[in-house]
Design a protein around this ligand. Structure first.
Ligand SMILES: [Zn+2]
Length: 301
């Protein structure tokens, strides 16, 4: 009996080792080098995170949820022995801002823009923890081991506290939700102010970067460039143009979502499924005025 128990304990240990090993292998497989010290993590759950390794610790961007965050932490452990110093949130939404506890347990300081922080406080979720700091500014930089990660608050656009990131020296950029390469706009385009989104995309185009990592992507390459930002802008402009053209033909507004065609984008993901939904949302924004809207935050308080 004792022998049997020992055998079982040994088997359990072996199985555990096997699981750990396969998790580690999976973490390594899901990691792509973007530039020196800059990596993206895309485990196939539809969400891509990024991490920056410096000689004085690691900065991780976008935990998504606990499962994703565990994978991200494993991927960081596979890449470097440096400790995780910071976890940065892109914006408020539950589907991006979960999993913080995994990084808190690993010793990271969690940051989100104040607008996102306030929303997270008012809208708790079982897998989301409140950040350690809600920074209130147009821009905040973190410099670790000689590497600077810029956080740019791009204002009203999508969600609250929307922040985009630039790793200055490596000229790598990270953005959530505002740009998804090779795909039409997300379903009913939830929580996007179209006019302010266009403004934010222009602000992003003005930043100096060569490579861009997107929280979601339907491209065949793991990361993209500024061209993807411009393509999103052009898609929205083309969509607005097509809506106006249907109005001018005298098409009843209820028929416009099914009438609009943008053959140039036929190959983009979800073209058939979501184009009519995209039209509804953009058309209502043109008809009712931009929404959602809020006053710009006061950075002085
Ligand atoms: Zn979002």
């Amino acid at each position: 009996m004792v022998k049997f128990k020992l055998l079982m304990a040994g088997l359990a240990a072996l199985l555990l080792q096997g699981t750990l090993l396969s998790e580690q292998l999976a973490a390594a497989e899901n990691t792509t080098t973007v530039a020196e010290g800059v990596y993206l993590f895309a485990p196939g759950d539809g969400y891509t995170s990024m991490f920056v390794v410096t000689s004085d610790g690691v900065v991780a961007i976008e935990p998504v949820n606990s499962q994703h965050a565990k994978g991200l932490l494993d991927a960081i452990g596979q890449t470097t022995d440096q400790p995780v110093r910071y976890l940065l949130h892109s914006h408020n939404h539950w589907d991006h801002a979960g999993g913080g506890q995994i990084f808190r347990d690993a010793g990271a300081t969690i940051l989100a823009h104040r607008e996102a922080y306030d929303w997270m406080q008012a809208n708790p979720h079982r897998d989301m923890v409140l950040p350690d700091e809600g920074w209130n500014a147009k821009r905040k930089d973190i410099t670790l081991g000689g590497t600077t990660i810029e956080m740019h608050y791009v204002g009203m656009s999508h969600g609250l506290g929307m922040t985009v990131f630039r790793v200055a020296e490596q000229k790598v950029f990270y953005v959530a939700d505002l740009v998804t390469s090779n795909r039409v706009l997300f379903a009913t385009v939830p929580d996007f102010n179209i006019k302010e989104w266009m403004r934010a995309l222009s602000e992003i185009e003005a930043l100096d970067f060569d490579k861009a990592v997107f929280s979601h992507s339907n491209a065949y390459t793991p990361y993209g460039s500024k061209d993807d930002v411009t393509a999103t802008k052009e898609f929205i402009q083309n969509l607005q143009g097509a809506i106006i053209a249907e109005f001018q033909k005298g098409v009843n507004f209820t028929q416009i979502p099914n009438a609009v065609e943008l053959p140039k984008y036929e190959k983009w993901a979800m073209y058939e499924e979501w184009l009519p939904l995209n039209v509804w949302r953009v058309m209502l924004d043109m008809h009712m005025g931009g929404f959602p809207w809020r006053p710009a935050p006061d950075f002085a308080d």
